[in-house]
Design a protein around this ligand. Structure first.
Ligand code: SAM
Length: 276
């Protein structure tokens, strides 16, 4: 989808939102002001290179465009294969997904964008929050995942869901959403272009909630080997899994992060600034 001329892609500054407190079973609740973690020891293996290759953007615009095309094609291939098993594997994450939707603080009639909506697992909770007068825009590049999302909507009789087959990097929202949800879409949270594009189109003050998997504590190797399997199956990169919300911090400055499941999952929430 083409970007409209003159639309600002700059993420907006955010104001503090001290929303929710610590809940039982959480490992940490903190503002996102810790130093970045670049290397994570996991079962004796370094998962992120201490001396990374130059980013494609530093190699020139053509190389960056080629790298992006190749990355998006890899994501599409992954989900063409995994669409049929996704819901079964994702079932265990349902409590986190519901909690992420609650953190959006949606009211009746709200417009919410589900970024990398997949098969629409978050739709039931979103529908409950916004009611028939609200609107869900589900964005995803995978036709196989969207086909399942469409059939979920048809079965439930939801007439207020718009599904758009697009990369998040190129998505052109026809609306200014009140809230943005990114759940279990590691490839999106690691794409600066995707984040800047979608958050740049949300309304000033919009809620932003991101949930997903991350490397657990070093003393939870069972959890980490499970995450390794899932990450290899459902995302194109292991990069950023120590601190997957890292790229969001610049865009949502008041980002508040909770780690869950012995550090194996996280929920990050904040608000875009009220003014541009
Ligand atoms: C693991 S699924 C999660 C689906 C859903 N959010 C959930 O919570 O179950 C990740 C989804 O993000 C989509 N996705 C990942 N990167 C994307 C990108 N750059 N542009 C569009 N969709 C993307 C994939 O196609 C996939 O459907």
């Amino acid at each position: 989808m083409a970007e409209p001329e003159g639309r600002s892609k700059k993420a907006r500054q955010a104001k503090a939102d001290n929303g929710h407190g610590r809940a039982p079973g959480e490992d940490t609740v903190a503002r996102d002001d810790e130093p970045p973690i670049s290397v994570v020891p996991l079962i004796g293996v370094e998962l992120e290179s201490p001396q990374p290759e130059p980013a494609p953007a530093e190699q020139g615009p053509q190389a960056a465009a080629d790298a992006r095309r190749e990355r998006l094609a890899r994501i599409a291939r992954l989900y063409a294969v995994n669409a049929g098993t996704h819901d079964m594997h994702a079932a265990a994450a349902e409590p986190i997904r519901r909690r992420a939707v609650a953190a959006l603080e949606l009211g009746e009639g709200a417009v919410v964008v589900d970024v990398g909506c997949g098969t629409g697992l978050s739709f039931p909770a979103l529908e409950q929050a916004i009611g028939p007068g609200g609107r869900i825009v589900g964005l995803d590049l995978s036709p196989e995942m969207l086909e399942r999302a469409r059939s979920r909507c048809d079965k439930a009789g939801w007439a207020n869901v718009e599904l758009v087959e697009t990369s998040i990097e190129e998505a052109d929202l026809a609306v200014e959403p009140d809230a943005v949800l990114i759940s279990f879409a590691h490839d999106v949270t690691q794409s600066p272009e995707a984040l800047a594009n979608v958050l740049g189109q949300a309304r000033p003050g919009a809620r932003v909630v991101v949930a997903g998997a991350k490397w657990a504590a070093w003393w939870a190797p069972g959890m980490n080997s499970y995450l390794w399997t899932l990450a290899a199956q459902y995302s194109t990169t292991f990069d950023g899994l120590a601190r997957p919300w890292g790229r969001l911090s610049a865009l949502v400055p008041d980002l508040r992060v909770e780690t869950l499941l012995f550090g194996g999952a996280y929920l990050a929430q904040g608000r875009l600034p009220a003014g541009r």
